[in-house]
Design a protein around this ligand. Structure first.
Ligand code: COA
Length: 270
């Protein structure tokens, strides 16, 4: 893995400089960092450039915290330009999925497609979560496996993300969840014209499968995938299943593009 800081944003990259493969810009969820995408940085490196971002004010990226999901989307659109990419696939989980949706809606010119994991077009947050973060942040983090993962998930897989969340602190988690609570693009999904993959953990309690079904039903041509035995953090909990789904979906995108360039034989023979 390589790292770079570009425009104040700390990036974990599968490779640097970027190659001529498709590039996936990975956006983490509330309170987290790009460490969320460790298994994609290694497991998808053979099919795409993986660029996992620490959002502003998170992990090793410069602050301050950003005040809205729209502002996050503007910042990521700028990053895609700074990376020298005409377009990128945006891949987000939870809050990151909200940012990916906003990019698909407001910055489609720099987006080749979207991968939406454990997210929704509206992301209301239980008031009890804000209380717990405020009153007992360590307890909130310690309880994440119970609410954010499937009962069958090995808690050790979640430790790096939990440590990053603890290090970011309560203010960051609460600020992120406030952005989620304000987010609502349920009426705008019909505007999305880029290809979209919707990934849902079977046991997701924070963004239930109903939210993913809504995305898949209202975004034209969206492809839904359910990850068995996973909760909200499917990319960490069941990386092999998620990576396979992304790999196949990207392969179909590539095939569509390259068929016109008469390169399909090359792809099929891989
Ligand atoms: N996609 C599809 N449907 C959605 C949706 C989405 N993204 N978000 C909400 N809805 C539906 C709800 O299922 C509900 O439908 P219903 O009336 O048929 O039951 C309706 O829209 C209203 O829901 P909501 O906007 O969430 O308000 P609420 O007052 O009913 O519930 C919470 C508020 C916080 C209790 C609820 O949103 C919740 O349990 N959220 C998940 C837990 C959480 O805090 N997640 C953190 C997300 S980052």
């Amino acid at each position: 893995m390589q790292t770079q800081t570009i425009d104040g944003l700390f990036l974990r990259l599968s490779t640097w400089p970027l190659t001529d493969r498709p590039t996936l810009v990975m956006l983490h969820g509330s309170g987290g960092t790009g460490v969320l995408w460790q298994a994609q940085l290694t497991g998808l490196a053979d099919v795409a450039n993986i660029v996992a971002v620490d959002l502003p004010g998170h992990g090793r990226s410069d602050g301050p915290l950003v005040g809205s999901i729209e502002e996050h989307a503007e910042r990521i659109a700028r990053l895609i330009g700074a990376l020298g990419l005409p377009q990128a696939f945006v891949c987000g989980l939870s809050l990151g999925g909200g940012i990916a949706l906003q990019l698909l809606l407001d910055h489609a010119e720099v987006v080749a497609g979207g991968l939406l994991l454990g997210t929704g077009a509206r992301l209301r947050v239980m008031p009890a979560m804000f209380q717990l973060i405020d009153q007992h942040f360590e307890g909130f983090v310690a309880g994440l496996p119970l609410v954010a993962a499937s009962p069958s998930t090995d808690v050790a897989l979640l430790q790096p993300l939990m440590a990053a969340t603890l290090e970011n602190g309560a203010e960051v988690a609460a600020s992120d969840l406030r952005l989620c609570d304000d987010f609502d693009v349920m009426d705008r999904l019909g505007e999305i014209e880029r290809p979209v993959l919707v990934v849902s953990g079977e046991h997701d309690q924070l963004t239930p499968p109903k939210y993913s079904r809504f995305l898949a039903e209202h975004i034209r041509g969206a492809e839904p995938v359910t990850v068995p035995d996973a909760g909200h953090l499917s990319a960490v909990e069941r990386p092999a299943v998620v990576n396979q789904a992304v790999h196949e979906w990207l392969g179909r995108r590539q095939l569509g593009v390259s068929a016109s360039r008469d390169q399909s034989e090359q792809l099929l023979s891989r």
